[in-house]
Design a binder for this molecule. Structure first.
Ligand code: NAD
Length: 521
């Protein structure tokens, strides 16, 4: 169960960003308390690993049922501390976790089953190879505020089914959502200590990195990711880093303008643009550019901005005033360099403290910060292009590479261009929703990170692969041991296997082993 610390000078406060109301205050877990959680996790983990998989999965199934039963209450907690509309809390947080459970229930047996590795080389044919997937032990998870439930939950569930214990350090802005996760897992019957939450701030996260965990799954900004990578390198701690993005959207000349503009508006403004996979840059073929910009502006104007707890809200507040300042700076910079504010571009102080109007910018260039740095707010900057090659060049002109999208009526053309984009995921005719595909790996290239979460590749990150090699001729000394044969014989063996044509001629003829055999020591 969560550790809520009695001592320590630093505090974190969960606040409703729509109203400024303080929801709950916590003292940060101290370094010894973080250490204590990890030690406890290490003690209980072997038992958890030895618990039969079907029993581990039964707990996941109960968790799934409880989450579905309590979805209204959990969604309200998520909305209260993150600001997103309740409907988004249900669709982009709870649905994703429910489906992650479905995926794990279906896939875990197959994933964890030992698999054989056939040997192709004649020299090693007489050995049997198998892959065994062991848990790391204790997985540390450090998570951000923008998806305060689905990000830590999907990572935690993958860690647990593979037999790990998990210690989670949620964002200082959204600890309550993680405590909901802890209480659901507890009520589902997860043994004490197998999952723990240490509430705190950056230094609490740093203490977790240094606590002796066996692997870290970090989701957050590039700046923090770099710091963590340095600290992890000193410890040779394996890490998954899910970092920021500046996802491009390319709208080809044959795209359906109405469909693509609706996709752009949702992709840029869902969760008030505070999504790692947000459409952060939009490139539109010159032939449809004006129509597309107008359609986006019309649709953005119709969005209802307000408190996420109110039915009918489309766009909630920014998480924090700091985040809003970044958005203002990017928009001001773009404006001062010649971008056109087609709609929005203002702090909506009349709605509440942290609201920013859904903003469409046209005629942006790559010299502007809005096209280079992660904005993480409700802004859709649009630029035109003249050829597919130019669109690809612009999309790839970024230090980030999380995801991208291509919009076209010609799917084959879209898929062809998708292969030229440097990103962890490229979607054709949709954006952002790849995160909801439980089977799909999530992660980036370049500064967007290292490793993957979700899907089978996400499960692979939670296990140490052990290769078990078993020799089928235990009574035989191996030809490569001491007592080397003549050089000519070894050369002949290499030719036998690798010289063009020779292998074909001799295949099935001689045993490779007899070629090399001499009396062994
Ligand atoms: P952040 O980097 O400020 O914080 C993330 C987490 O790291 C928090 O829990 C924080 O307390 C902790 N932390 C801060 N300093 C630390 C340190 N020195 N050592 C250890 N932990 C530390 O990020 P944020 O503002 O919470 O989240 C927004 C960022 O996350 C954006 O850049 C967004 O793109 C990115 N993000 C990426 C993904 C993805 O899957 N790639 C998903 C969501 C968010």
């Amino acid at each position: 169960m969560p550790i809520e610390t009695p001592i320590g000078a630093r505090r974190v406060v969960s606040t409703n960003p729509a109203t400024g109301e303080v929801l709950r205050e916590f003292e940060c877990a101290s370094d010894p308390e973080v250490q204590e959680a990890v030690t406890r996790a290490r003690i209980v983990q072997p038992n958890w690993h030895e618990t039969p998989l079907r029993r581990r999965l039964a707990i996941i199934q109960i968790f799934q049922r409880l989450l579905n039963e309590r979805k209204q209450q959990v969604a309200r907690v998520i909305t209260s501390e993150s600001g997103k509309p309740v409907v988004e809390a249900l669709l982009t947080e709870i649905l994703i976790v429910l489906d992650a459970c479905r995926f794990l229930l279906e896939e875990s047996h197959r994933f964890l089953r030992e698999s054989t590795v056939p040997h192709g080389s004649l020299a090693t044919k007489a050995k049997r190879g198998r892959l065994i997937r062991d848990p790391y032990g204790v997985i540390g998870i450090i998570s951000p505020w923008n998806y305060p439930f689905s990000i830590p939950a999907t990572e935690t569930l993958a860690g647990l089914v593979t037999g790990n214990a998990v210690v989670l350090k949620p964002s200082e802005l959204t600890p309550l959502s993680s405590l909901e996760l802890a209480s659901l897992l507890h009520d589902a019957g997860l043994p004490e200590g197998v999952f723990q939450v240490v509430v705190g701030d950056g230094p609490t996260g740093a203490a977790l990195v240094e606590s002796g965990i066996d692997k870290l799954v970090f989701t957050g900004s590039v700046a923090t990711g770099r710091r963590i990578a340095q600290s992890a390198a000193a410890r040779l701690l394996p890490v998954v880093l899910e970092l920021g993005g500046k996802d491009p959207m390319i709208v080809l000349d044959d795209a359906d303008v109405d469909v693509a503009s609706s996709g752009a508006v949702w992709g840029a403004f869902v969760n008030a643009g505070q999504t790692c996979l947000s459409v952060e840059r939009c490139y539109v073929h010159r032939r449809i550019y004006d129509r597309f910009v107008s359609a986006c502006a019309e649709k953005a104007k119709r969005l209802r901005v307000g408190n996420g707890l109110n039915e009918g809200t489309d766009v909630g507040p920014m998480i924090h005033e700091r985040q809003l300042r970044t958005v203002e700076q990017h928009v001001d910079d773009a404006r001062s360099h010649g971008a056109r504010v087609v709609t929005g571009g203002e702090h909506l102080t009349s709605v509440g403290p942290n609201f920013y109007a859904p903003t469409v910018l046209a005629d942006v260039t790559h010299e502007m910060r809005i096209m280079r740095d992660e904005t993480f707010g409700p802004v859709l900057p649009i630029r035109s292009f003249d050829s597919d090659a130019e669109a690809v060049r612009l999309a790839n002109d970024s230090e980030y590479g999380l995801a991208a999208s291509l919009w076209t009526r010609d799917r084959a053309r879209g898929e062809k261009i998708a292969r030229q984009i440097n990103a962890g995921t490229v979607m054709v005719n949709d954006a952002v929703s790849c995160f909801a595909i439980s089977e799909a790996p999530h992660g980036g290239v370049k500064a967007s990170g290292i490793g993957r979460t979700h899907g089978r590749l996400g499960l692979e990150e939670m296990v140490r692969v052990k290769y078990l090699d078993s020799d089928l001729t235990p009574g035989m000394k191996k030809p490569w041991w001491y007592g080397y044969g003549p050089i000519k014989a070894v050369e002949g063996f290499l030719d036998f296997q690798f010289a063009r044509g020779l292998m074909q001629r001799l295949k099935g003829g001689m045993s490779s082993i007899t070629l090399l055999t001499r009396k062994k020591l």
